[in-house]
Design a protein around this ligand. Sequence first.
Ligand SMILES: C[C@H](O)[C@H](O)CC(=O)C(=O)O
Ligand SMILES: [Mg+2]
Length: 397
Amino acid sequence: MSRLPKIKHVRAFVVKNDGSGGGADYHDQGDGHWIDDHIATPMAKYPEYRQSRRSFGINVLGTLVVEIEAENGVVGFAVTTGGEPAAYIVEKHLARFLEGRDPSEVEKIWDQMYFSTQYYGRKGLVVNAISGVDLALWDLLGRLRQEPVFAMLGGPVRDELTFYATGARPDKAKELGFIGGKMPLHHGPAEGEEGLRKNLAELEAMRNACGDDFWLMFDCWMALDLNYATRLAHEAHKLGLKWIEEALSPDDYWGYQALKKNAPKGMLVTTGEHEATRWGFRMLLEMECCDIIQPDVGWCGGVTELIKISAMADAKGVLMIPHGSSVYSYHFVVTRHNSPFAEFLMMAPGADEVVPMFHPQLIGEPVPVNGKLKVPDAPGFGVELNRDIALHRPYAR
Ligand SMILES: C[C@H](O)[C@H](O)CC(=O)C(=O)O
Ligand SMILES: [Mg+2]
């Protein structure tokens, strides 16, 4: 029998955007940021939405903050993307499966959150909301047990994490000690042969700047078709591209299967950032769609679901390198053999310095130094919510 205090209250907040951007919705940045500079997207076939992802609404959701308070006053929290619609789902639907319950019932709570929303959920926003609640529950459990989340997951299998960096300046990432640099692809199929040549020229410039041994990758953010992706992969192979990421729509499992078969030997095909749950990842794994899966723990169902996703990948000999998600992925990655390195998203506008990934939302958010990080062992996920940032609770009960 658990002797933990019961859950008293679940609260969902959104961040009042003061225009300075940042936080868990990391695409919500100001003008001039590399993350919104003519990046190839599925919307780039419409010229009016090509220059900026904010123009088609990439940042409309904003950040969701979930707090779970136990009867003894201890509060766990987590942040993810989802904003006001996710706050509605948490307060009006999911909270009932936690309040009055023992916080150690993580499996039962997850199951009830997922199956009670299945008729309108399964992926996307609803699973973001579930993930936020699940992460806040793990944070609460860690605080109640006075253990870091990584200890509750079985303990570390390595002393420190090793990172590659995502951003427009792999050359700077190399100077900062990262093992590789993943560049945003800037031009999609709608920009034709000229766009393809520009993509390759950017890769070549970075190869020349970074030398032969530094990992270089392209993040294609679901923008390509199979033919373009296959051509890009073969041309980029000549310049030593290590992997081609999220080349196709996440719904196109057949396309990924073909891309993996057609990609040059030695080049890795990666995807999964916009996939969710054990069932979605089972498709990617059983259909042999990729070499690395990249779930985002704030979007795929939280830690409770990532345990299952990671185990399936491990059994298939597939690496699991989570997408972004800061401390929420660090605590997981450090405990798994099939997650030998981690991603760090460069949130400095010029991708030229290391700043906390969810800045300015978390206090004590650790960052890699020289491309390495020892995961801090404070209870829960080891960070605090920055309460100087205005929070709003739209659906308070
Ligand atoms: C750079 C990518 O377009 C995206 O913003 C981030 C991402 O997909 C990743 O970190 O992976
Ligand atoms: Mg990506």
